[in-house]
Design a protein around this ligand. Structure first.
Ligand SMILES: *Cc1c(COP(=O)(O)O)cnc(C)c1O
Length: 349
């Protein structure tokens, strides 16, 4: 068995730093359901300012932030347009359909330079046969599409077009700061092209839990009610918000995760049987096509784990690796050595 374990399954595995633990121990708290937790209030103020919105809401998870957003923007029987590979459609257990009674309306190529065309051709006229589309959800960076980014002008075009058609726009920005860093633009260049945005404190930014939902003051007022309905009113949650405030200070360090992802991808790309797509990786997510190794991803991953590296399957022939705060340069070397050993194994029959 390996003497050490490098965990590249996700940037959610990041552990709270000592600085966070100290901030948690000193946090001033109160009952947040009464609006009386000063640390939560401060986090919500700072987060709103950071993304250029009037107000923000601290939520336990990104999944709840997205669900609250959909509930706040829509009514039962509405349609929500989104990418079929989006997190809201693919990974959130159909929550908005179950709880909100909305119909998901997946549109191919939404998250691409042809996104505007795809969106426009998906729109249908006002007719009793059709669920009226009231919300467009975008994702930036895009998880299942390998941490790819939508450019400010692409997002702006989609936003304008959606508004013209009477739709609101929610941005699933779990990794929006990774997008801003990769695009070398202020985050507000992206968040200005949406009515609401969710971003994660618990991924690359390293907080133990929590996400932010931001939007107009009236949007957040209603969102606060939906958070309560879903059981997300958390009382002395300043304990978590204290770590969230430190997490906001970690934003510039995401650039180091991108540099390490690039080095890892370059090394992997040189190994026989592996294809990295997209290459180079735009942010901190690497998708590896392992088909030519002759191993299905589940088997590949179990051998990899025995060599001291954890990653996740993204399909029969696809493996995902994510760099994050708790991965250093030695971990990248260790990972490359482990994967190389697998690639040099004889092809199975
Ligand atoms: C992780 C993720 C979420 C959900 O966040 P959780 O805190 O895990 O619920 C939503 N959207 C995207 C794009 C994500 O990567």
């Amino acid at each position: 068995m390996a003497t050490r374990m490098v965990d590249l399954r996700s940037d959610t595995v990041t552990l709270p730093s000592m600085e966070m633990r100290e901030a948690i121990s000193k946090a001033e708290v109160g009952d947040d359901v009464y609006g009386e937790d000063p640390t939560v209030n401060r986090l919500e103020r700072e987060a709103a300012m950071l993304v250029g919105k009037e107000a923000a809401l601290f939520v336990p998870s990104g999944t709840m932030g997205n669900l609250v957003a959909v509930l706040t923007h829509t009514s039962r029987g509405n349609a929500v347009i989104l990418d079929p590979e989006s997190h809201i459609f693919y990974y959130e257990a159909g929550g908005a359909s179950l709880v909100g009674g909305v119909q998901f309306w997946p549109v191919e190529n939404l998250h691409s330079p042809e996104g505007l065309q795809s969106f426009k051709s998906a729109l249908r006229p006002d007719n009793i046969h059709f669920a009226p589309a009231k919300l467009l959800c975008l994702e930036n960076t895009h998880n299942r599409r390998g941490g790819t980014v939508l450019k400010p002008e692409e997002q702006a075009a989609l936003y304008e077009s959606a508004r013209e058609a009477g739709l609101s726009v929610h941005l699933d920005g779990a990794r929006i700061f990774n997008a801003a860093i990769a695009l070398n633009c202020p985050v507000t260049a992206l968040t200005r092209s949406c009515d609401s945005v969710m971003f994660s404190l618990s991924k690359g930014l390293g907080a133990p839990a929590g996400s932010i939902l931001a939007g107009s003051a009236s949007f957040i007022q209603l969102a606060r009610r939906y958070r309560k309905i879903l059981g997300g009113g958390m009382r002395q949650s300043g304990i978590l918000a204290a770590a969230g405030l430190i997490a906001l200070k970690h934003i510039p360090y995401l650039a180091a995760d991108h540099r390490r992802a690039l080095r890892l991808a370059e090394g992997l790309n040189r190994l026989p049987g592996l294809k990295i797509s997209p290459f180079p990786p735009p942010t901190n997510i690497i998708i590896i096509d392992i088909e030519d190794t002759g191993l299905p991803s589940v088997e590949f991953l179990s051998i990899l784990q025995s060599y001291g590296v954890k990653a996740v399957s993204f399909g029969v022939n696809l493996v995902r690796m994510v760099t994050h705060r708790d991965i250093n340069d030695n971990d990248i070397d260790w990972t490359l050595k482990a994967v190389e050993k697998i690639c040099l194994l004889k092809k199975r029959v």
